[in-house]
Ligand binder design. Structure first.
Ligand SMILES: [Zn+2]
Ligand SMILES: [Zn+2]
Length: 280
């Protein structure tokens, strides 16, 4: 199972980091987790020319940086996919309403394309499942040992609520895509014994020095690098992947983030860049 960090940025624009988005590739299936700024450009770079080829899309939460390009996923899988393409999306409670609003915003474009292309006989079909805890999706029946199983658990990113993290079990290994959260019971359960744990992180020490008071507010609802490392140690994970670093590290300072994590975690630590591939 491969994890490809498509976009490793945050709301702070960076020329090198697209918005948060992660692809998991297993058994020929492609699963997309969040779809921030530039997600489809990075997806194309990872070898997927259209999101119509995704088996499933999962959203961790509805913060703008994680869903900016959801409209692009919907439009492009419909308009630049094989006829009859349908999109499957799972996300926290609120995802169905968010999808309805996205479709409403796209109404003009949907009309233009249907008027122009005879084979587009209906608007995009998006199947939404709202998830809270337990199985979010599985690729086959309960008794199929080869099925890909995606479970979710509530995370803590309050006042953003509800939020979920995901764990993918397949090919005898496991990957956790945590999303934005502070350490919490749901996160610990997802991470238990995982091979790869991908966590969005911040550096409170650096944020506190930024001269914009508003950004200081983000300190209390994200995992710091140290938090992520402690979660990884407690759960016995194999590899910790730090992503969505806030503030974005200037080139040449990435090792500082890794060294900070290593003080609390003995396993492999990687600071993700766009299109990093990690094999679980
Ligand atoms: Zn975020
Ligand atoms: Zn967030």
């Amino acid at each position: 199972m491969d994890v490809i960090t498509l976009g490793t940025g945050s709301p702070m624009p960076s020329p090198d980091r697209a918005g948060p988005s992660t692809l998991v590739r297993t058994g020929g299936a492609h699963l997309l987790f969040d779809c921030g700024r530039g997600a489809l450009m990075r997806l194309a770079a990872a070898g997927l020319p259209t999101p119509a080829l995704l088996a499933h899309v999962f959203l961790t939460h509805l913060h703008s940086d994680h869903v900016t390009d959801f409209n692009d996923v919907v439009t492009t899988s419909w308009a630049v996919g094989p006829p009859g393409s349908e999109l499957r999306v799972a996300g926290p409670v609120g995802t169905a309403t968010f999808t309805d609003r996205t479709m409403a915003a796209l109404e003009d474009d949907i009309g233009y394309r249907m008027a122009h292309h005879d084979d587009l006989t209906g608007p995009p079909v998006v199947h939404v499942t709202e998830v809270e805890n337990g199985i979010a999706w599985r690729s086959g029946p309960d008794d199929d040992p080869a099925a890909i199983v995606v479970t979710c658990a509530p995370t803590d990113h309050r006042p953003v609520h509800p939020t979920v993290g995901y764990r993918i079990d397949a090919e005898g290994t496991s990957v956790v895509i945590a999303g934005d959260t502070v350490p919490c019971d749901g996160l610990d359960r997802l991470c238990e014994g995982a091979s790869v744990y991908v966590q969005t992180v911040i550096r409170p020490d650096l944020i506190a020095q930024l001269p914009f008071p508003r950004i200081h507010d983000v300190i209390d609802y994200h995992s710091s690098v140290e938090d992520a490392a402690r979660t990884a140690t407690n759960a016995g994970v194999g590899t910790l992947v730090l992503t969505h670093p806030v503030p974005p590290p200037p080139a040449g300072t990435e090792h500082e983030w890794v060294e900070l994590a290593r003080r609390h975690f003995d396993g492999e630590v990687l600071l993700a860049h766009d299109l990093l591939t990690v094999t679980a």
